[in-house]
Design a binder for this molecule. Structure first.
Ligand code: B12
Ligand code: SF4
Length: 471
């Protein structure tokens, strides 16, 4: 049988992480039977010019989607592709299609959506197309049958060890290094998460399940990729990389044993950090651990409990102290502006951000507003209380956390308080530079004293050049 062409599209966006989702689904297809080509809209001025001719003899077009701005381009490209080849099946996968399987199909140009892990579902759907059949009954997808939208049963999570390695030849790796301005490889070593944070979509999409690649295989894969692509850093894009500390320890031992000389970054929950022994942390550092992303979310135990974060304030502080002691950079994201959140709770979170930032000059403590991202308990509560989520793809395209907007429940006074904090927090952070130094000191003093009267420097700087936004 002739190899069939499968085209996968990554929408335009302002960031250059490698398209791991598309690479994963593309790598799970038999190369003897499928010719997979990824078109990344972020790398092209006019993606349609490249994409449309490829569709001439394709079996299917797959599109990945995150909620928010990337939907705009995904929709534009999908509509153009359908107009160009009306008979071509178009499948959307990724987080938005996982959260809104049926609503996404209100768009007539999309033929099916895939929920959660896509590797086996997509492969099964293509098998159907190969023999001229539709997707009836294929687990893990939602489709239209006789004009009706039908959601098929979910597909149980496939253990990551049973999936083939991601084929990095599907993308032009050096081009991503160039755009990132960093020889940093993105890699995913696990899927899902066991936790239940009330602001996060992961429990909804993966049902609090987790699966990870075994440590020797991670080392094998990264060793091969390292020799091939000469990166100096790996960004583990896992939701909860340190789910099993033993797995990470074994991986770190493998890196050392093989003499792999690259650094790496990962996510760590503070409770997981508190279970990681000092010896194990030092081992990770020797094996290249360079920085950690540690979700703080809130500055009071009461709020953390409300968020079902299952982390103690002391665990966060203790982990930050350990990072500071060992010179591991910590990025500590915070969230404010939950529905009904009091001024005192917001202030506690801002205080926490200040406290952590002061622990080490390399620490970053970005503050985000809670945006009712779909699929979370708090969003469900907000909608039950009358908040209206978008109900079309056009509206979802305008729904973006990155824009830094707060929810309607944040008062003007709270918003001003947070914006002022964010301004000075940004100014206070970062490396020392002779030009920035006086302003940095002033910002630090203001944050310490909680004294924001006569913010002349803020007015001047915002007028001359808005600081790059952290959120
Ligand atoms: C890297 C990353 C980013 C990068 C860029 C993401 C990208 N697309 O390149 C950056 C840093 C820019 C980013 C930004 C944001 N992100 Co982000 N990010 C991630 C992260 C950590 C990894 C993504 C990844 O590569 N995963 C690995 C691949 C293998 O998984 P995957 O993409 O889900 O793909 C699988 C399936 O979804 C499916 N699939 C995917 N695409 C397709 C396509 C087809 C055709 C098929 C069949 C299947 C399929 O199959 C794949 C294999 O199983 C995820 C968490 C995570 N671990 O997934 C959060 C995550 C995706 N981000 C999230 C959020 C909330 C944000 C922000 C809003 C955060 C913020 N405070 O600003 C912004 C806004 C993004 C936007 N609207 O533009 C949420 C998703 C929310 C949503 N509904 O979309 C996640 C899940 C984190 C979380 N738990 O809250 N993010
Ligand atoms: S915020 Fe992180 S730890 Fe909490 S449920 Fe989401 S992925 Fe898991």
């Amino acid at each position: 049988m002739a190899r069939r062409k499968i085209i996968l599209y990554n929408p335009k966006a302002v960031f250059y992480t490698m398209p791991l989702g598309l690479m994963a689904v593309g790598s799970a297809l038999d190369p003897a039977r499928y010719d997979v080509q990824i078109v990344d809209g972020r790398l092209l001025d006019n993606p349609l010019q490249t994409l449309l001719p490829l569709l001439d003899d394709a079996l299917c077009l797959g599109v990945t989607t995150l909620t928010g701005d990337p939907i705009r381009d995904a929709l534009k490209v999908t509509r153009a592709a359908k107009a160009y080849r009306p008979d071509l099946p178009i499948i959307w996968g990724g987080w938005h299609a996982s959260l809104f399987p049926e609503q996404t199909l209100q768009e007539p140009c999309i033929d099916a959506t895939v929920q959660a892990q896509g590797e086996l579902t997509f492969a099964a759907m293509l098998e159907r197309l190969q023999v001229g059949q539709w997707f009836d009954g294929v687990p893990g997808c939602t489709t239209r049958v006789d004009g009706r939208i039908v959601r098929n049963p979910p597909r149980p999570m496939t253990p990551m060890n049973q999936l083939p390695p991601v084929n990095y030849d599907l993308i032009n790796v050096p081009q991503y290094f160039q755009l990132k301005r960093d020889r940093q490889l993105d890699y995913i070593s696990s899927t899902g998460c066991f936790f239940r944070c009330a602001f996060c979509a992961d429990p909804f999409v993966f049902g609090r399940k987790w699966s990870g690649i075994e440590p020797t295989r991670i080392a094998d894969e990264l060793e091969g990729l390292w020799h091939r692509h000469h990166f100096h850093d790996v960004a583990f894009q896992d939701e909860t990389f340190f789910t099993y500390n033993d797995r990470v320890i074994e991986m770190a031992e493998e890196f050392l044993r093989r003499g792999l000389k690259f650094t790496w970054t990962a996510t760590m929950r503070a409770d997981q950090g508190s279970r990681l022994s000092e010896e194990a942390l030092q081992l990770c550092i020797r094996a290249g651990l360079r920085w950690l992303m540690i979700g703080v979310e809130a500055g009071s135990q009461q709020m953390l409990d409300h968020l079902k974060k299952d982390v103690k304030i002391e665990q966060i502080v203790e982990l930050a102290q350990r990072c500071a002691r060992h010179g591991v950079k910590g990025v500590f994201p915070h969230i404010v502006g939950f529905p009904g959140e009091s001024d005192a709770s917001i202030q506690a979170t801002l205080n926490m951000a200040t406290k952590l930032r002061r622990m080490h000059s390399s620490f970053e403590t970005p503050v985000f507003y809670f945006k009712p991202y779909p699929g979370s308990l708090i969003t469900d509560q907000a909608t039950a209380a009358g908040y209206r989520l978008p109900d079309s793809l056009e509206e979802w395209a305008n729904f973006d956390f990155v824009a830094g907007a707060s929810g309607p429940w944040v008062s003007t006074q709270q918003y001003q308080m947070v914006e002022r904090f964010k301004f000075y927090n940004r100014m206070a952070g970062g490396r020392k530079s002779p030009i920035k130094w006086p302003l940095q000191q002033l910002a630090r003093w203001r944050l310490r004293q909680q004294n924001f009267r006569f913010p002349i420097e803020q007015k001047i700087i915002e007028r001359i050049k808005p600081l790059p936004k952290m959120s």
